[in-house]
Design a protein around this ligand. Structure first.
Ligand code: CU
Length: 163
């Protein structure tokens, strides 16, 4: 097992610094991830932010690949917002409901996807609507890996995510 981790760590070191794409086996199908940042055994990709109206909450989606032991995302913050929360979406009698959660599990040797209809990050009180394509700084704190700095790219507004 030890040598496997070493190889994984070397692979991360060799590719750090430039965006690259990996094919990831997930739920029986391949999903493509464009890597944007690394922190220890964690790799971050596909970070996108959707804002609909200035002053209304925006949502951030991303993929977290964990090549190490089990970890947990415990908080997120951004210089653009003084209130950033971790949320989940659950189906309750056929109605999609969201609620703040204390943490998001990042299981060992897996890919966790924050996506529409699932776990996501919410940014409140963002006064100026970020321009499409602009980069939104985000700091993620993990129980074991500590803090990681990423940038979410502002994409098309998400009208399906209403709060
Ligand atoms: Cu939400």
């Amino acid at each position: 097992m030890k040598s496997r981790y070493l190889i994984a760590a070397l692979a991360v070191l060799c590719t750090a610094g430039g965006a690259y794409t990996v094919m990831q086996l997930m739920h029986g199908k391949h999903s493509e991830m464009t890597v944007q940042a690394n922190a220890g055994s964690l790799t971050f990709g596909n970070a996108t932010a959707r804002f609909l109206i200035a002053g209304r909450p925006g949502v951030v989606f991303l993929m977290i690949e964990n090549k190490g032991g089990a970890d947990k995302l415990i908080s997120a913050s951004s210089s653009l917002s003084n209130r950033v929360e971790l949320h989940s979406h659950t189906m309750d009698n056929g109605v999609m409901k969201m609620r703040p959660v204390e943490s998001i599990e990042v299981p060992a040797n897996s890919v966790t996807e924050l996506k529409s209809g699932g776990y996501h990050i919410m940014m409140f009180d963002v006064e100026t609507l970020p321009e499409k394509g602009s980069k939104i700084p985000l700091s993620l704190t993990f129980e074991k890996a500590g803090e990681a700095q990423i940038e979410a790219v502002a994409g098309e507004p998400d009208s399906t995510h209403n709060h």
